[in-house]
Design a protein around this ligand. Sequence first.
Ligand code: MRU
Length: 367
Amino acid sequence: MAVRTTSGPPETIRWRGGHIQIIDQTRLPEKLHYVSINNVKSLWHAIRTMQVRGAPAIGIAAALGMYLGVRGSAAKSARSFLREVERVARFLATARPTAINLFWALERMKRLVKDNLDKSPPALKRLLLAHALEMIDEDNRVCKAMGDFGARLLRDGDTVLTHCNAGGLATAGYGTALAVVYRAVEQGKRIHVFVDETRPLLQGARLTAWELKQSGIPATLMCDNMAASVMAKGWIKAVLVGADRITANGDFANKIGTYNLAVLAKYHRVPFYVVAPLSSFDPRLTSGDQIPIEERPPEELIYIRGQQIAPAGIMVHNPAFDVTPARFVTAVVTEGGILKPPFASSIRKVFRLAEKTLCSARGNKNR
Ligand code: MRU
């Protein structure tokens, strides 16, 4: 039986002594180091430079960042406090454009203040902090639920392929795509993970490989361009990836190279699963071509960890994400269940259900 030797990676984001502490993911795997952040500009910088990265983790960090941005506010009324909250949200929204979780978290924090305009600014500050911290627990619950649903898709002895890092480091601690693996292993299934190294920033090699090793789960690292050959050999039983934004029709953006894998999986008849919380959906967008794709600096291709590998000044194309059309997706695993094609209707249904559950929870609270 495969044994998960630890309860997973350490907390990605935590709140200690009035500071946000995040694992500096740019320093892994060499060093597990927490950076302390005590102002909103440093938090913005941590998101932009990917010290904290992965859609759900960015959302949580931004929520705590909102609190940092307004905790020193001298606003005398709730309305002027709200204006400050909105200003900080506009600033944080410029950190990275693709992961919808960033905007989802900022919206939630703004909504909290709008719904409590009868309270004083100090009370609103306390509410914001409590809400951001609750988002950490909520993320852990959601990831465990996705793990439970997704583990049903894996059989004992399966080898899966994953891209980038959709593990604990991309969330508060349990992961999305890797939650499925963690849960399956906890259930006693033997799962082997093939890990794409994920050029240019190597989130697979540096983060996923590290995380799986910490957890005692057998993993094999390979270059991104090896996926076709391992699929052709019949080694891969499923592809599991996360998502940064899923549109109403099921198209989704994820780390550059995900689309390649989806096409290869279809050709080789390998099931292709997306694992993402409802906070990664953007139902206002009707299709993937509307998703803003982040373009990152050319240096990320010209250098690998400080070592120059291409001539300075060469023209570079460096989108951080690509869009995979829904027709390549076998199923989307969410905390609300496993969504199957046609995605337009299964997505509508899961949101209707989530809305209903939320309304009845609010009703019970107000009783
Ligand atoms: O640029 P990154 O490292 O933030 O990209 C992360 C990804 O593409 C992940 O697959 C995605 O955020 C899902 S994480 C649960």
